[in-house]
Write a protein that binds this ligand. Structure first.
Ligand SMILES: Cc1cc2nc3c(=O)[nH]c(=O)nc-3n(C[C@H](O)[C@H](O)[C@H](O)COP(=O)(O)OP(=O)(O)OC[C@H]3O[C@@H](n4cnc5c(N)ncnc54)[C@H](O)[C@@H]3O)c2cc1C
Ligand SMILES: NC(=O)c1ccc[n+]([C@@H]2O[C@H](COP(=O)([O-])OP(=O)(O)OC[C@H]3O[C@@H](n4cnc5c(N)ncnc54)[C@H](O)[C@@H]3O)[C@@H](O)[C@H]2O)c1
Length: 482
């Protein structure tokens, strides 16, 4: 088909129209560069249809109900079960019913050309697009005058467990798009997807059992995050088994129950099994071999998101494995799009030093994340363990969030904890973690303090309003000063 291929030249070709690809295109178009965007599924990517948006729509009613049950006078009104059908319908709305017309219109509105089909690198600055009709469909060859940005994201990993292929397991896609609440759900993995989806489906009426191979939930966060989230999951009726692994799985017939054998000799029965066991890059069928790179690998980049050793290939978002989060990928996209434009036009000159316009410095120093569970867990920067491992001279300052006036007013019997990790040599913050109801919206204050490297002596003058949960800042600073 390539003989009949249509050839088109652009300044920039973006492969993958998830949130990250869309934002690269936005920046290159804003700089006046002609831009093509290639998408093989839905414009908007994983985040819009099978990740952030549908998962948060499932969680919001569950977490709001958990909070409301702790508000005197309101608790009696929210004793009953959630209306699962209404929650699933709300989720469908938030996932735009898996239709991308709105996002296609947005991309066209900024002047980018959208090419439907699978994009593959076919040499230096060359991308071949196989049309949506399948591998034998039409092919187009796109040439990029300046840059190709790979923004193809990541997919869920299902571990090579005996029987796993035959049980039609859920991954994050099914866990965010299912149209029925399973009676019993086993969740394998205690990371972010595991705890969020366990919280959502337990809240919607499933009996959830989590299988966690390590000794705690949320192992990448401060230890108290996993402890408090695990305690609330157990309080909601979920079973959290730590220090266990599934050793094999099988399903009875087409639609019968799933049996999970554990490595400690026990076995469990469930209606569905979710593997929330991490991500792999979507680079296996991307033509990386045509440009000397390893198919199936994460793409290593410099701080401008340019692939190491290349002067034209960029990898932005999940696919570069720097921080698998939408907001961080979109930040990288703003940086990379501006860097592509600066290198193409020479104006302004590329600036890739720490915290400069064309360097995604925050990826190393200040990645914020909110886990939308009951309670929420929110963190930015380094944990105490990470700071110590990096060789900083640090002190962890802890405060019980239940002792803040605003917390007690937020919900009765508030349970939560805050920690700031102080760099003792410079007296600035390296990291902050809050766990508790309603703390997600507190996180940006911490991000500003960490990115701004605000001296603690100056932070002392940032007075939190009374009586808000933000008063924890004052308590943490008082604790530090003794
Ligand atoms: C269940 C779940 C919940 C999450 N919740 C949050 C959250 O609350 N907050 C948050 O910040 N992050 C969250 N994340 C992470 C977030 O979804 C990702 O970090 C984000 O989607 C990455 O964006 P991306 O554009 O790099 O990749 P993606 O969103 O994966 O988009 C990549 C796009 O590239 C397309 N593509 C792939 N290969 C090709 C090809 N060869 N040719 C053409 N197109 C191609 C894909 O079809 C897709 O549209 C969540 C993830 C999961 C799994
Ligand atoms: N609210 C949010 O910001 C949000 C929500 C969901 C996902 N995400 C992002 O999506 C990415 C993927 O999330 P995830 O939870 O899939 O990955 P993860 O890496 O956070 O957690 C995966 C967990 O599965 C465990 N695991 C791996 N293989 C296993 C096996 N064979 N058996 C048992 N356990 C196993 C790991 O030890 C790990 O704890 C994360 O980087 C996360 O940041 C973000």
């Amino acid at each position: 088909m390539t003989d009949a291929a249509q050839d088109t030249e652009y300044d920039v070709v973006v492969i993958g129209a998830g949130p990250v690809g869309e934002n690269v295109a936005d920046r290159t178009r804003a700089a006046g560069l002609s831009t093509a965007v290639v998408e093989s599924e839905l414009v908007g990517g994983e985040c819009s249809y099978w990740a952030c948006m549908p998962s948060k729509a499932l969680l919001r009613p569950v977490v709001a109900r958990a909070d409301a049950r702790k508000v005197p006078g309101l608790d009696g009104a929210v004793r009953g079960p959630l209306d699962a059908d209404a929650v699933l319908a709300y989720r469908d709305d938030e996932a735009a019913h898996w239709k991308d017309d709105g996002q296609v219109a947005w991309l066209e509105g900024i002047g980018a050309d959208v090419h439907r089909g699978r994009g593959r690198l076919s040499g230096v600055r060359q991308v071949t697009v196989t049309g949506p009709d399948g591998p034998d469909g039409t092919e187009k060859r796109l040439t990029a005058r300046h840059a190709v940005a790979v923004c193809t994201g990541s997919r869920a990993v299902v571990p090579p467990l005996p029987g796993a292929d035959g049980v039609r397991p859920w991954t994050s896609r099914e866990a965010t798009s299912a149209h029925q609440v399973p009676g019993r759900l086993v969740v394998v993995g205690g990371g972010v997807v595991g705890v969020e989806m366990a919280t959502a489906w337990q809240g919607l009426g499933a009996q959830v059992t989590m299988l966690v191979r390590g000794d705690r939930l949320l192992p990448k966060m401060e230890p108290f995050a996993g402890e408090l989230v695990g305690e609330a999951l157990a309080g909601a009726g979920a079973r959290v088994l730590t220090g266990v692994s599934a050793s094999s799985v099988r399903r009875e017939g087409e639609n019968g129950p799933v049996t999970v054998e554990l490595d400690d000799g026990r076995s469990l029965e469930a209606d569905e099994i979710l593997f929330a066991t991490g991500r792999a890059p979507r680079t296996d069928d991307l033509g990386l071999d045509t440009v000397g790179l390893e198919p199936g690998s994460w793409l290593s980049v410099d701080d401008s998101c340019r692939v190491e050793g290349s002067d034209w290939l960029y990898a932005v978002g999940d696919v570069n494995h720097r921080a698998l989060l939408t907001h961080q990928g979109k930040y990288q996209a703003r940086v990379a799009g501006a860097a592509i434009a600066a290198r193409a036009t020479g104006t302004p000159p590329p600036a890739t030093g720490r915290w400069e316009a064309h360097a995604a410095t925050a990826d190393h120093a200040a990645v914020p994340q909110v886990v939308f569970t009951d309670p929420e867990a929110a963190s930015v920067g380094l944990t105490l363990a990470e700071a110590e491992e990096a060789g900083h001279r640090v002190r962890a300052v802890d405060y019980d969030l239940a002792s803040v006036a605003g917390s007690g007013l937020y919900v009765k019997g508030y349970r939560g904890h805050a920690r700031m990790v102080v760099d003792l040599d410079r007296e600035v913050l390296l990291g902050v973690t809050f766990v508790g109801p309603g703390v997600g919206e507190l996180l940006h204050s911490a991000t500003v303090a960490v990115v701004g490297e605000v001296p603690l002596d100056r932070l002392w003058h940032a007075v939190p309003a009374y009586p808000t949960i933000s008063e924890v800042w004052l308590r943490l600073l008082e604790t530090f000063r003794g």
